[in-house]
Write a protein that binds this ligand. Structure first.
Ligand SMILES: [Zn+2]
Length: 432
């Protein structure tokens, strides 16, 4: 006996293959039928009228803070926030305490994610303790399923270590080395973008060159080793240009942008509100325009959240003392729809490619990212593109409150999310 199925009724199905109005019938975790006016018995029907039915979103870059900082977030609460944001899979960054440089710690995160509201795929460290010296046991972590390796939060400073990491990753099928491109010495002591606003505010800055120097170097190392490099949270126009150039030369590089880097600028720091502090920092209007152009022309492959929860007290410190980072999982889709799709920077399918099937492919999460077609796993999200809402930090599912979008009015909201055929969000309410 199979369990009762779920029928998503009357939505506009959008995946990498196209766009059509259809019902979607799901049984036993799998899409079994996509078509007009499906009739089925023993099903729960979820209304998708006026909505988009898409492959679940995939976040390449989320900090779930477990183990070590469960006051800010846990795998459970972060996954719930993700599901409410339309995500069916997230890559959990390894800058935890202890870090994910060890098979036992990675195993504990996998176990914590087993009953979570989305699939949690831990990334592994590139170097032991993220110190940039000695390689982590990447082969052992790969055997546990790790595909994304990064010291995120820290840049791999040594070109020699980065080269060895790439050479080793090149022997691990599907592995990708993801760089937090910020030269530590250039960025040292800086709390925001170095420019007109940092001078006016008297806050020490982090120059754009801290990012571009590392991107330029790692493009060369991708060429030297032939191994894929992924650039996390690209924030500058100059880095976008370097990636565009590298791709034109056929080099194996990919890049992501975070919503805050195409929706906010360094001018926001004039409030001295630590909610606007992030690494790499909010940049200029020209950088925002360049990120948008990079998203539109395919230079940037992925929109990733860099969801970075912090304890409320930590973010109540003065700007220069507060830790960097912003929440992202529950606002990324709506920011993309409001700031990129509505103004015509991207069409809907291109936006979903950046949020779902491109990151799924880069992270090796081949069950995710669609297509919405018979025989494929039913990891889906149903989006009401017309729903209007206002960001209220008290109503977010994340354990933390550090969103920079307090009071921002957004259009587009997740209505249902389905993980392996099970509705984990119904009508905007988390079910687990
Ligand atoms: Zn980072």
């Amino acid at each position: 006996m199979s369990e009762p199925g779920v029928l998503l009724r009357g939505g506009r199905v959008v995946d990498a293959g196209g766009d059509r109005i259809a019902d979607v019938l799901v049984r036993d975790g799998t899409v079994v039928e996509v078509g007009q006016k499906l009739a089925a018995t023993s099903v729960e029907t979820l209304d998708a009228g006026g909505c988009i039915v898409a492959p679940g979103l995939v976040d390449l870059h989320a900090h779930l803070r477990e183990p070590g900082n469960e006051e800010a977030e846990t795998v459970e609460t972060g996954a719930r926030a993700a599901a409410l944001g339309g995500y069916t899979a997230v890559v959990a960054m390894p800058n935890t305490d202890p870090p994910l440089d060890d098979p036992a710690v990675v195993g504990s995160v996998i176990a914590a994610g087993e009953h979570a509201a989305c699939h949690v795929a831990p990334a592994g460290c590139i170097t032991k303790d993220r110190r940039g010296h000695e390689l982590a046991p990447m082969g052992e972590l790969h055997q546990l399923g790790v595909r994304v390796f990064t010291d995120d939060g820290a840049c791999v400073e040594s070109a020699g270590v980065m080269r060895r990491a790439l050479e080793y990753a090149g022997s691990l099928p599907g592995a990708v080395v993801a760089q937090h491109a910020e030269d530590a010495a250039l960025a040292a002591g800086g709390h925001m973008h170095e420019g007109a606003w940092s001078s006016r505010l008297g806050i020490p800055g982090r120059p754009a060159e801290a990012e571009t120097i590392v991107v330029a170097r790692d493009v060369m190392l991708a060429e030297l080793t032939g191994t894929a490099v992924h650039f996390l949270h690209v924030s500058t126009g100059a880095a976008v240009a370097l990636v565009r150039d590298a791709k034109a030369r056929g080099l194996p590089v990919t890049a992501e942008a975070a919503p805050h880097h195409f929706t906010l600028t360094d001018a926001a720091c004039a409030t001295f509100d630590p909610a606007f502090k992030v690494h790499p920092p909010l940049r200029t209007d020209a950088d925002v325009d360049a990120i948008k152009a990079g998203l539109a022309d395919g230079t940037i492959d992925v929109i990733a959240t860099d969801h970075a929860p912090h304890r409320v007290e930590a973010k109540e410190a003065p700007f220069e003392e507060a830790p960097p980072g912003m929440l992202g999982l529950e606002t990324a889709l709506a920011l993309t729809l409001t700031e990129l799709v509505e103004p015509g920077v991207l069409d809907l399918a291109a936006a979903l490619a950046l949020l779902s099937w491109r990151p799924a492919a880069i992270a090796g999460l081949h069950d995710h990212g669609g297509p919405v077609a018979p025989g494929h796993p039913a990891h889906l999200c149903v989006i009401d593109p017309a729903a209007q809402w206002e960001v209220d930090p008290m109503r977010l599912a994340s354990r933390a409150r550090n969103t920079p979008y307090v009071g921002r009015k957004l259009t587009g909201r997740v209505r249902h999310t389905m993980l392996a055929g099970e509705p984990v969000v119904i009508d905007g309410v988390a079910q687990r």
